[in-house]
Design a protein around this ligand. Structure first.
Ligand SMILES: [Zn+2]
Length: 310
């Protein structure tokens, strides 16, 4: 079973109730982090502590993380990385960790990008090694994005899962991450990262089948679709259209602009195109069983209760 923990649903900046981007996917063979904006590690620790208190048997442990997947280099998606690596070291981690991100091809003038950030971060970590203060190896994997076709990750950290990067449209080099099970029938989940509408490969034909769950940004409502176009983001309608063309059974929307005061507006808009749509809250857990059952649970205090969608 996959369990996706949504640990940040705000776009660009935190609000009183929503943090910036960050997701944790728990699988029987270990965990994957997909984006980790500012404060990610604290959110993960709190989620795990609350789960422990909830006595549901679910957990979201930092020690289980096998790889970190980044969608793009905007800071609300990656600024929590280095502090998180540092804490895992203090916690005595010895298992290697892989970080996978999209890179601009050689000679490209796409700035900023992970070529520069990885260079700086790598230096910081190597300095820790040289002082004998780093207890685990960090593998930095950059996937050069040349065109708009899906790319198999050159490194597959979990034996029962398969990672594919899907190039998106956001003004800087950016990808969505698709995580599929190797078992049949295949189960598939995608996290869009930031993107405007009309991604070339967001079609079930291009990604080799339909999705169980699509987590897609919906920064704006269609009332302000001009802003979505200007800033390389999507509206709830755009997200729902992407869910429909990829045959997603469930759409979870996040990365809300702080100007959205009533998320139900986004839900109403999306459900006109895709009935099984909802706006994620921080702490939501979306589970997909190997048999294909999908459930969403929402946190209140230290307890999670099932949410019915649509
Ligand atoms: Zn962005």
């Amino acid at each position: 079973m996959f369990a996706l923990h949504i640990l940040g649903t705000s776009g660009s900046r935190p609000t009183a109730t929503r943090s910036v981007s960050g997701n944790y996917l728990m699988t029987p063979h270990g965990g994957l982090v997909i984006d980790c904006g500012e404060g990610f590690q604290e959110r993960l620790v709190r989620q795990d502590l609350r789960l422990k208190r909830s006595k549901t048997g679910k957990r979201a442990k930092a020690s289980k993380v096998r790889a970190i997947l980044l969608t793009h280099c905007h800071l609300d998606h990656c600024w929590g990385l280095i502090p998180f690596l540092h804490t895992m070291n203090l916690d005595g981690r010895t298992e290697p960790l892989t970080i996978i991100a999209p890179g601009a091809p050689d000679g490209s003038d796409s700035k900023p990008d992970f070529n520069d950030l990885f260079g700086a971060w790598r230096e910081m970590i190597e300095d820790e090694y040289s002082r004998g203060r780093m207890g685990y190896e960090v593998n930095w994997v950059l996937i050069p994005i040349e065109d708009e076709l899906p790319i198999e990750s050159p490194f597959q950290p979990l034996e029962d899962l398969h990672l594919t990067a899907i190039p998106t449209k956001h003004g800087v080099v950016s990808v969505a991450w698709m995580i599929s099970s190797n078992k049949r029938p295949e189960r598939r989940l995608m996290v869009s990262g930031d993107t405007s509408r009309g991604v070339t490969s967001f079609k079930s034909d291009s990604i080799g089948g339909e999705l169980d769950v699509l987590i897609h940004e919906a920064t704006y409502s269609s009332e302000t679709h001009e802003l979505a176009e200007v800033w390389g983001h999507s509206t709830a309608e755009d997200a729902a259209e992407a869910a429909a063309v990829m045959g997603a059974k469930l759409l979870g929307m996040l990365h809300l602009s702080s100007r959205i005061s009533d998320p139900s507006v986004l839900e109403e808009e999306a459900r006109r195109h895709h009935n099984q749509s909802f706006v994620c809250e921080d702490g939501d857990i979306i589970e997909v069983s190997w048999g294909g059952e999908i459930s969403v649970s929402r946190r209140e205090g230290d307890a999670w209760t099932g949410l019915s969608i649509g």
